[in-house]
Design a protein around this ligand. Sequence first.
Ligand SMILES: NCc1[nH]cc(CCC(=O)O)c1CC(=O)O
Length: 323
Amino acid sequence: MRRLRGRHLLPLLTEHHLNKKDLIAPIFVDQTITVPRPIETMPGQNRYPVSAVGEVATRLFRKGIWALLLFGVPEVKDPEASGAFDPNGVIQQAVRAVKQAVPAMVVLTDVCACEYTSSGICGIGGPNRCGEVDLLNDPSLALMADIAVSHAEAGADIVAPSCMLDGMVITIRHALDQAGFQDVLILSYSTKFASALYGPFRDAADSSCFCGDRTSYQINPANGREGYMESRLDVDEGADMLMVKPAGFYLDVLASITDFGLPVAAYQVSGEYALIMAAAENGWINKKAVAMESLIAIKRAGADLIITYFAEDVAGWLDEDCE
Ligand SMILES: NCc1[nH]cc(CCC(=O)O)c1CC(=O)O
């Protein structure tokens, strides 16, 4: 047995550390409210009105969080998802508000239509071969390009397409380049599993799929090699960064896609957050210890960036630990 020496040198002997600059905080912006509203399924998280977003960005930036991922709840939903690419849509307004309040804040936007379509489907819907309403791949590509360009026009630094369409990355890349946004990066939700852990988010973002599930375009959780292949396709299409989502249950897949040489993000999703919060609120586990352990595990598996609802907490905890 190897004896573990030098426990008093623990920080020196630690392979991985969490840094505030690894963290991306998701923020929900809701066009239908005027004061912040707590999200029941995600204790500690809020939906914010556009008018509060500048303040939130300032607060987070002061704590050392330097990147936000914005999600929107629009006033109106329609079959064309027109709120998603409206220059005065909720995200476009929110991006401008963040940039005005904190120009140095890195702003990421989720490029998907599920919060904006009346059906809750992630793009253009229509009947599939079985006659069910389903996401139509090719007709949805132009919509994603329009959404991404409108986010870039508002000032987004990084667009993050999350709808798992084939061809979405290359379509968005061309559209951004043509519109003069060569420097806007694409963080593809390249490996996104059809997970049951998105439930709390769908409440928060008001994006439940009323028409079935998303297993026709999100990956079967049993398929690790398919998860790897999906990221490889997005590398070929020109993604600047890759992502695995959810994070904690898919660390093997996360580790496997680091070999493409691109930065890799991991999304610790709403259900992962809710599991920890629920147990912690019952006094069954220690919130800080378990949250930090979950995040260092994601880092250890190879994530360069972690999107997590614990971002603000972690910034505080890292400060405490230095004192
Ligand atoms: N717009 C799609 C999107 N982007 C992020 C999440 C989930 C994030 C989370 O659960 O925290 C979803 C929902 C989905 O795919 O159903």
